[in-house]
Design a protein around this ligand. Structure first.
Ligand code: G3P
Length: 217
């Protein structure tokens, strides 16, 4: 399963890339707004840092506007994947852009029917938001199970990109269900590393080693 980082913060990306575990980046207008101006400059720099898919979202709301903006975003770098929000305009824009060879990530997916429609028009990725579903008392991972099953039934090449992840269990469950990608905020990626027994174990190894050195010395 691929692991993307869900941030537009260059410092956070620079810290994670050397670990070798990051396969791509997802951004959205909220994340880009948080890091200040010149979003296209930021996107270009992210593409230089991460040689994988980098999702950049349109903010136009009608199909023609989304297609125009999507072409501009795609021209920034060959790693850009154009993110369009689900809806009739987004689906139509995905259809047009995908036919031109632009990779599209259809975002704000909250139902299996939405994922199916996005796959039918050639989306490269669909982004179901599991955390936001959990927030309203609807199990987000049930949606992932259903979408994975549907895509397998029809051999869609559309990848299931699990978004709005809030903790390690979203990532573990996604991997068990066969989702293609999980995108995570940096703090969720950090949480994947942590286990108290690892810390205790290392502390003990080092203490035992230091004791043995004293005996030898
Ligand atoms: O990739 C989508 C993600 O940024 C949304 O996450 O935590 O705002 O629901 P969240």
């Amino acid at each position: 399963m691929k692991l993307f980082v869900d941030t537009a913060d260059l410092g956070e990306i620079e810290a994670l890339v050397p670990l070798g575990i990051i396969d791509g980046v997802t951004t959205n207008p909220s994340l880009l707004a948080k890091v200040g101006n010149d979003p296209r400059g930021v996107l270009k720099r992210i593409c230089e840092l991460v040689k994988g898919p980098v999702s950049a979202e349109v903010v136009e709301t009608d199909c023609d506007g989304m297609v125009r903006e999507g072409r501009e975003l795609a021209a920034i770098d060959s790693h850009i994947v154009v993110k369009v929000p689900f809806g009739k305009a987004g689906v139509q824009a995905c259809h047009v852009l995908a036919n031109e060879g632009v990779r599209v990530n259809v975002t704000l997916i909250f139902s299996a029917s939405q994922a199916l429609l996005a796959a039918k028009v050639g989306a490269a990725f669909v982004s179901p938001f599991v955390g936001r579903l959990d927030d309203i008392g609807t199990p987000g991972m049930d949606l992932i199970r259903t979408i994975v099953e549907i895509f397998e039934n029809f051999e869609f090449s559309t990848e299931v990109l699990v978004a709005s992840t809030r903790g390690p269990m979203h990532i573990i469950e996604s991997a068990r269900l066969g989702a293609d990608v999980c995108t995570c905020p940096p703090k969720v990626i950090d949480a994947l590393f942590n286990h108290p027994l690892t810390d205790i174990g290392l502390e003990r190894f080092l203490a035992d080693w230091a004791k043995a050195q004293q005996v030898v010395g």
